[in-house]
Design a protein around this ligand. Structure first.
Ligand code: TRP
Ligand code: SF4
Length: 400
């Protein structure tokens, strides 16, 4: 029925690092070849926590877009845009909030966590409470089926599903739906109409899922139908409610968390990150000076790779043979730490090389990025407007 769309976003709150690459961007790059993908800069979401200092957001937005392109997100395959340039997200957010119970928002685990973690900011705001609701609008407005995110976001996706279900339940009942559906059936032409009614009966009375599939395929092919009639007929197959919003699913990244320079999760706020496009000298210096097993005070002291953050990077970047070399060489003091670190430096530099190359053209000519985004915003907006037409009509706001 709806194309198998993928939607995801990131907040522009600072430069991207390799943790973002391994945790998210690699996943995006893989998905863009397989599905229609929409990736956006969640600048309004950045404002929910940085409302008192919005100055970094604009700069971070453009830098982040270059980072995405550098990582291999391909504008000829995926649609790239900026959330605030598609104001329909805000309209859907507003309409959704009318029927959203406060408890749903207060119970989201990230809400209380973040308020505690970011104690230096006053997050007792309306905007911050609504964060997951705005996020729901971001996804539901494209009727997306999948959302690639980290596992911390799963409760947000759960809530989107509940919101979609609640919306369809509350507003999917169009007045005169049966009559309109029947009129739409007639527009199929008599042969198809007859077939449609048979399949509908097979599904509703005998529970044949195959009949549902067949009927949907038939509707997909029926060129003469308007979108709204097609929707009605999809809904009428299953019952008498229209499916206006679609329940999306979380697509979790399978790659393990990338450790930072101190062995904790790589994060800007821990100061342990390596930038996505950091230059070679700086990467080399950071790795050379990163902490090792404290037991190895002198070169001749044996160590334990299991207690060393460098080894964690080997686990992300090295093959089995190299890892075995590290474990043995460390335990026997056969290798020094600088020697041990070199394969990690080489692997990171090699990973970043194509990113530097791809980024260069966009740094040389920033208007390229602006053109990509202008185009992406137009495309996203068209899709968002289609959904909003249905949403408005369902909520009794389809005046003109
Ligand atoms: N909340 C997401 C994050 O932490 C960003 C985001 C905003 C998002 N809207 C989204 C992610 C929609 C996926 C889909 O980074
Ligand atoms: Fe860490 Fe390697 Fe040094 Fe062992 S040899 S302490 S694993 S850097």
């Amino acid at each position: 029925m709806y194309p198998d769309r993928v939607v995801s976003g990131m907040r522009p709150t600072g430069p991207m690092h390799l943790g973002h690459y391994h945790g998210a961007l690699k996943n995006w790059v893989r998905m863009q070849a397989e599905h229609p993908c929409l990736f956006f800069v969640a600048d309004w979401h950045a404002l929910t926590t940085h409302y008192d200092d919005p100055s970094i957001i604009e700069r971070a937005t453009w830098d982040m877009l270059v980072d995405w392109l550098a990582a291999g997100v391909d504008p000829s395959q995926a649609t790239l845009f900026i959330q605030s340039q598609v104001p329909e997200h805000a309209e859907l957010h507003l309409l959704l909030l009318m029927a959203t119970p406060l408890g749903w928002l207060e119970r989201v685990p990230t809400y209380k966590d973040q308020i505690d973690n970011l104690a230096q900011r006053d997050l007792a705001t309306y905007g911050f409470l609504g964060y997951p609701l705005l996020q729901a609008a971001d996804v539901l407005i494209y009727r997306a089926s999948a959302v690639p995110v980290g596992d911390d976001q799963v409760p947000h996706i759960e809530m989107m599903r509940e919101l979609a279900r609640r919306f369809n339940h509350l507003y999917g009942k169009e007045s005169g739906f049966e009559e309109k559906a029947n009129a739409a059936v007639k527009k199929l032409g008599s042969k198809r109409a007859k077939r449609y009614m048979e399949l509908r009966q097979d599904f509703q009375q005998e529970g044949k899922d195959g009949a549902l599939e067949q009927a949907r395929a038939m509707l997909d092919d029926a060129q003469s139908l308007s979108n709204i009639d097609r929707e009605r007929l999809f809904g009428y197959l299953e019952g008498s409610r229209k499916l206006i919003l679609v329940e999306p699913q979380a697509k979790l990244t399978t790659s393990p968390r990338l450790p930072g320079l101190d062995g904790r999760k790589m994060s800007k706020s821990y100061g342990n990150a390596i930038g996505l496009r950091e230059d070679k000298d700086s990467v080399t210096k950071k790795i050379r000076t990163m902490p090792t097993d404290p037991a190895r005070v002198r070169r001749s002291d044996p160590g334990d790779a299991g207690r060393c953050p460098v080894f964690q990077l080997h686990q992300a970047y090295s093959d089995n043979a190299t890892r075995a070399w590290v474990v043995q060489g460390c335990a026997s003091a056969a290798i020094g730490c600088i020697e041990c670190k070199q394969p990690v430096i080489d692997a990171i530099v090699a990973e970043q090389q194509p990113m530097h190359e791809r980024a260069q053209q966009y740094l040389d000519d920033p208007t390229l990025v602006r053109a990509i985004v202008a185009d992406g915003c137009d495309q996203a907006r068209k899709l968002a407007q289609e959904t909003m037409r249905d949403v408005r009509e369902a909520m009794g706001l389809g005046y003109l």
